[in-house]
Design a protein around this ligand. Structure first.
Ligand code: NAD
Length: 301
């Protein structure tokens, strides 16, 4: 099969001044995309900011003959996000790809977590994913083409000690994706999620250096590039790290129909083994499929 190329395509990558986002931006540009490199340039906990980080990546792209523009806005700032989109439209007249990658951490156990730590993390990951998507959505729909990648995490899908704010935010972006994959389908706007594991300033100190050495962001980017391509699926959660790739899914068991017994907590307890049995479990593509199963079971199917 032909190589994946993005000639003539325009991409916005948020949080692309370092870590994973930088790698995604470089690789899209190497494959022909024109890229808006967004980064607020703050610290890992979301404080401070400068447009230098984004500008540096733009220079890297220009150095190999690629085309790129820097944007130093916060993904949470309405005017900044509007400007970021305007920059792309003014320069190149279309937006084909959005990678919502910007992120911060404010790790604390719930006992120590202030409301502000929860709010800021939700702002950056949830609103900072929603706002850029909202800003490019109608452009992509009008073009009848768009590829969006949101960035989730195993912390959200499975849990991680000290990350209730981050975990909640990372699941929220999957909820956003699950609905938008349906709303974008008619206009060939596909949306997927990447769940990365990579050595960046975010994971510094969390793992020993010899492990981090095997987790370069370069190992995640190929998965993201595929999700940005014309052949991309939609609604997939691709997990990637260290050269391994897998799909995460939410499964629902076939379950059991208890009829009138479903009105009793004891019946639920006594049927727990059948409720949780894995045989016949399914990953649904939309929420309505769950209701259909309930009606099927009620009808004896
Ligand atoms: P990173 O800190 O190197 O990159 C995040 C970038 O986002 C930074 O350059 C930062 O300046 C930028 N940013 C933060 N707030 C911003 C804002 N409001 N507006 C614009 N830019 C902003 O960390 P990373 O590991 O490369 O993280 C990239 C994404 O991957 C994040 O969404 C993160 O949650 C996610 N993630 C990373 C890992 C991992 O193992 N590194 C695991 C799961 C998920």
């Amino acid at each position: 099969m032909a190589d994946i190329r993005f000639d003539g395509k325009v991409a916005i990558v948020t949080g692309a001044g370092g870590g994973l986002g930088r790698q995604h931006a470089l690789e899209l540009a190497r494959r022909g995309a024109k890229v808006v490199v967004n980064d607020l340039g703050g610290s890992v906990d979301g404080s401070g900011g400068s447009s230098e980080a984004a500008q540096k990546v733009v220079e890297e792209i220009k150095a190999f003959g690629g085309e790129a523009i820097a944007n130093g806005s916060s993904v949470t700032d309405d005017t900044g996000v509007a400007n970021m989109v305007k920059q792309a439209m003014d320069a190149w007249g279309r937006i084909d790809i959005l990678i919502a990658n910007a992120g911060i951490l404010r790790d604390k156990t719930l006992t120590k977590m202030e409301l502000a730590d929860f709010e800021l993390v939700m702002q950056v990951h949830v609103f900072g994913t929603f706002k850029p998507i909202k800003a490019v959505w109608d452009i992509m729909k009008a073009q009848n083409y768009g590829r969006i990648v949101v960035t989730t995490s195993s912390s959200g899908m499975y849990g991680n000690f000290g990350q209730s704010n981050y975990g909640a935010a990372k699941m929220a972006v999957l909820g956003l994706m699950n609905t938008l994959k349906l709303e974008g389908a008619k206009n060939d706007v596909k949306i997927n999620a990447i769940s990365p594991v990579a050595a960046t300033r975010m994971t510094e100190g969390l793992m020993p250096p010899e492990v981090l050495a095997k987790l370069a962001p370069e190992y995640v980017t190929p998965g993201v590039v595929y999700l940005c391509s014309e052949e991309a699926p939609t609604g997939a959660i691709l997990t990637a790290g260290a050269g391994a790739f897998a799909l995460s899914r939410i499964y629902e068991t076939e379950g059991v129909y208890l009829g009138e017994g479903g009105l009793s907590a004891e019946e639920v307890r006594d049927n727990w083994d059948q409720i949780t049995a894995e045989a016949g479990q399914k990953a649904y593509f939309n929420g309505g499929e769950q209701g259909q199963k309930f009606f099927r079971k009620m009808a004896g199917g």
